[in-house]
Design a protein around this ligand. Structure first.
Ligand code: UDX
Length: 426
C-alpha cells in the first residue's frame, strides 16, 4: 500500500521505516528541509537501535523517501498518517496547533485528490480530538465529508524509545479506532503481516486506550516507588517484593522496577493531559495527580540518602552518572537527572556528569556544570556518585573503588557488590 506520513519525529520515522520494512511504499513529509535531506541520505536524525540500518536498506530498495512536498506525498498515497507533536501547555493540557495545521494541509490536498483516501491520527491526542478538531479541519479545508468522501481513523502508537522499531514491528496489539468500516479496512490491511491481535473500535475509545495505558504504566512505577521507599526504611529489597508480586499474572512483573522514577516525552505529558481533561469535565483525577507527585519527589529521596551517607553535599563534588531518561537513548526529556542536578545545584554541590549519549543534549539545559569524558573520569573527580540512568557501562564494579555510590536504578541487582553502596529502594 502507498502511505504518506506527516511529521517525522520518533513516531513518524519509526512508523514509516517499519511499514517500509513490511513491504509498503512510504513517503515521510516534514517541513524541516535539513531533516528531509539527512533522512534521504540514509542518516537517521534520532538515535534508535536498528533504525539507521533499516532506513538505509528501505531507501536503497526504493520503498521509502522523505520530502517537503506534502501535496505530492498525499496525492500519491492511499493512507496518510498524522504523527506531529502534541506538546503540553502550562496547565498540562495538550497544544493542538501542529495537529490543526497538519489536518488543514492534508485537507487542502484532499480537495483536489480523486479516490478514497484515509487519514489516520497516530499522534497521542485527547479523546474527542480526532472526531472534533481533526475531522473539522479536514472537512473545512477539503470541502469534503469524512465517512463519505474520505476515511478517518485513530491508530495509537505504543512504541518505547530504545526499542522503537522492534516495538513497532512486534507490537503486543494493534488498536484501530475507525469512523466506519470503510475507513478502518485499509488500515487493518496495513497490519496484516504483523503477528499481533488487532482491535477495531471507535475513535474516542482508541484515543483513550493510549492515555489509559500510559497512565497505568506510570502508576505502576510510582506505586512500586512508594512501596520501595517504605521497604527501604524496613530493610526490605523492593525488587524481591516486586518479584513476588509479579508472579501473580494479574499484576505481571513488568514496570515494577523501583528507583529514581519515570521520565521521557510521554508519561508526564499524557498523565498531565488526562488529569487536565478530567478536571475540565468535573472529574477529579486524584490518583493520577499523586502518580505525578510521587515521581517528582523521588530524586529528593535519592539526595536524602546521599546526605545520610556523606553529610551535607555543599561544596562536595558529586558525580551524576546517566543523563538520558533511560539507557540506549540520547533523549533527556523529563529525565530524572534534571531535577536531581537542579536540587544538587541548589544545595551548593559541585557537579560532574557523564552519559555515553546524552551529554550534548544536556549541555543546552545546564551549560555551566562539568561534563566528564568518561564515567571513570567523573567518578575519579567525585566524593559521591549518584546513578541516574542504568547504562550497561555503569555496571562495572571496578569503576567505583570505595567511592560512596547511591544507585537510583538498581544496576547491581545481579549480585555484584560495591564497598560503599546504597540502593534507593532496596
Ligand atoms: C513509554 C511507553 O512505554 C510507551 O508505550 C509509550 O508509547 C511512550 O511512553 P518510553 O517513554 O519510551 O515509552 O519509555 P519506557 O520504557 O516506558 O520508560 C519510561 C520511564 O519509566 C523511563 O524513565 C524508565 O527508566 C522508567 N521506568 C520504566 C521505571 O522507572 N521503572 C520501570 O519498571 C519501567
Amino acid at each position: 500500500m502507498k502511505i504518506s506520513i506527516v511529521g517525522t519525529g520518533y513516531v513518524g520515522l519509526c512508523t514509516g521505516v517499519g511499514l517500509a520494512v513490511k513491504g509498503h511504499n512510504v513517503t515521510c513529509v516534514d517541513i524541516d528541509k535539513e531533516k528531509v535531506e539527512k533522512i534521504n541520505t540514509g542518516k537517521s536524525p534520532i538515535y534508535e537501535p536498528g533504525l539507521g540500518e533499516n532506513l538505509a536498506r528501505v531507501l536503497k530498495e526504493g520503498r521509502f523517501r522523505a520530502t517537503g512536498d506534502i501535496k505530492g506525498a498525499i496525492t500519491n498515497s492511499d493512507v496518510t498518517f498524522i504523527s506531529v507533536g502534541t506538546p503540553s501547555r502550562e496547565d498540562g493540557s495538550i497544544d493542538l496547533k501542529y495537529i490543526k495545521q497538519a489536518s488543514r494541509n492534508i485537507g487542502n490536498v484532499l480537495r483536489e485528490k480523486q479516490g478514497w483516501h484515509v487519514v489516520v491520527v497516530k499522534s497521542t491526542v485527547i479523546p474527542g480530538t480526532t472526531e472534533g478538531v481533526v475531522k473539522k479541519n479536514l472537512e473545512e479545508a477539503s470541502g469534503k465529508k469524512a465517512g463519505k468522501d474520505f476515511g478517518l481513523c485513530m491508530n495509537p502508537e505504543f512504541l518505547r524509545e530504545g526499542k522503537a522499531l522492534e516495538g513497532f514491528l512486534n507490537p503486543d496489539r494493534v488498536v484501530i479506532g475507525e469512523l466506519d468500516k470503510k475507513s478502518g479496512d485499509p488500515v487493518a490491511g496495513l497490519y496484516e503481516g504483523f503477528r499481533a491481535p488487532v482491535m477495531r473500535t471507535g475513535i474516542k475509545t482508541a484515543e483513550m486506550i493510549k492515555y489509559a495505558s500510559n497512565a497505568l504504566l506510570a502508576t505502576k512505577i510510582s506505586f512500586i516507588n512508594e512501596i520501595g521507599n517504605i521497604c527501604k526504611k524496613l530493610g526490605i529489597d523492593t525488587y524481591d517484593v516486586a518479584k513476588g508480586m509479579g508472579m501473580d499474572k494479574r499484576i505481571s512483573p513488568q514496570f515494577l522496577q523501583s528507583g529514581l522514577g519515570w521520565g521521557g516525552s510521554c508519561f508526564l505529558k499524557d498523565v498531565a493531559a488526562i488529569v487536565a481533561k478530567g478536571k475540565e469535565l468535573g472529574c477529579m483525577a486524584g490518583l493520577l495527580e499523586s502518580v505525578i507527585k510521587v515521581n517528582e519527589e523521588q530524586p529528593g529521596v535519592l539526595l536524602k540518602l546521599a546526605e545520610g551517607k556523606a553529610g551535607s553535599v555543599q561544596g562536595k563534588t558529586i558525580a551524576v552518572l546517566g543523563l538520558a531518561f533511560k539507557p540506549d537513548s540520547d533523549d533527556i526529556r523529563e529525565s530524572r537527572s534534571i531535577p536531581l542536578i537542579k536540587a544538587l545545584r541548589k544545595k551548593g554541590a559541585n557537579i560532574v556528569v557523564y552519559d555515553p549519549k546524552a551529554m550534548e543534549n544536556m549541555k543546552v539545559f545546564f551549560p555551566d556544570i562539568e561534563y566528564a569524558g568518561s564515567a571513570k573520569e567523573a567518578v575519579g573527580k567525585a566524593e559521591i556518585v549518584l546513578i541516574a540512568t542504568g547504562w550497561e557501562e555503569f555496571k562495572d564494579p571496578e569503576l567505583y573503588g570505595n567511592k560512596i555510590v547511591i544507585d537510583g536504578r538498581n544496576i547491581f541487582k545481579d549480585g555484584k557488590k560495591l564497598d560503599n553502596y546504597e540502593g534507593l529502594c532496596w
